[in-house]
Ligand binder design. Structure first.
Ligand SMILES: [Zn+2]
Length: 118
């Protein structure tokens, strides 16, 4: 194990980028796990999350989702996954969200269906 800290951080950064990309998955569990793992790697390695990624191969015109800023338990958009306790309405589609359902909640933004937030 002769890997220096810089190389380890670089390797972690590459992995974080893949995880962040996977966190946009329509499969909720995969998306959630990816986001969690990415946050953990960022914390463990003290990585700097920066808007400018010189080597990013992202397609032009496709909005890049926000990258979490060392916020455990928060998804990239600041929405938290909660189990709804009171009936509400989705901000995106307007359909009701029943108590007991999982939804995404953001202070000031209200509730969303997890699938509507993508
Ligand atoms: Zn909805």
């Amino acid at each position: 194990m002769a890997m220096d800290a810089g190389a380890a951080a670089q390797k972690a950064l590459t992995k974080v980028e893949k995880l962040v990309a996977m966190s946009a998955s329509p499969h909720l569990e995969e998306a959630r796990t990816s986001a969690f793992l990415a946050c953990r790697l960022i914390r463990e390695h003290g990585l700097q999350v920066c808007a400018h990624r010189p080597s990013a191969a992202s397609a032009p015109g496709v909005p890049t989702p926000g990258v979490p800023h060392r916020q455990p338990q928060a998804d990239p958009n600041g929405f938290r996954r909660i189990r709804v306790r009171h009936p509400g309405h989705c901000r995106c589609c307007g359909n009701p969200i029943a108590p007991g359902e999982w939804a995404l909640w953001c202070r000031g933004n209200g509730l969303r269906h997890p699938l509507c937030a993508n």
